[in-house]
Design a protein. Structure first.
Length: 165
């Protein structure tokens, strides 16, 4: 497995996945474990995770999520949900990012699909049996990538400022 800094450098959004190649349950558990270890404001840990591997459910989720059509092409997805609180979005986003980096470290492709404040959130929560009072922060599409493109990132020199902007 690659180290964290390498995984962060290699992580990218993947929307094209190998068909029919399942992700081992142990790896899916490792991904959720990575999410639950994320930074959390005042240790609230508001998150809940739903792992979906059923191909029919992946298609239904893809049909609901306006920019998540690629979920249907993946082997699994993880819905990141959070209990209401002052920092649910920050905490859920930290958990999502941890899962994305962990997926890269495990040799998986992933894509973050927005959930918070999306019109399809309520229906998607009902589809996966999640309590209505939870916030859907994200849906993470997962699979084995067939896409080897590597989009450019802004250089460190472009984004770093010392002492003042």
């Amino acid at each position: 497995m690659m180290d964290a800094l390498t995984a962060m450098r290699k992580r990218r959004t993947v929307r094209e996945f190998q068909a029919g190649k399942s992700i081992p349950k142990k790896q899916l558990e490792t991904l959720v474990d990575s999410g639950r270890l994320a930074a959390t404001a005042i240790n609230i840990q508001p998150w809940e995770f739903v792992v979906i591997t059923d191909p029919e459910m992946l298609v239904k989720i893809a049909d609901l999520a306006e920019y998540g059509k690629h979920v249907a092409k993946g082997s699994a997805c993880i819905a990141v949900l959070c209990k209401d609180g002052p920092y649910y979005l920050e905490d859920g986003c930290a958990a999502t990012q941890n899962i994305l980096v962990a997926a890269t470290a495990l040799g998986l492709g992933s894509a973050w699909v927005a959930g918070d404040k999306k019109d399809y959130g309520t229906e998607l929560k009902q589809l996966i049996g999640a309590p209505i009072d939870l916030h859907l922060v994200s849906v993470i599409a997962l699979g084995y990538s067939t896409d080897d493109t590597n989009p450019d990132k802004r250089s460190l020199e472009e984004v770093i400022h010392w002492e003042k902007f």
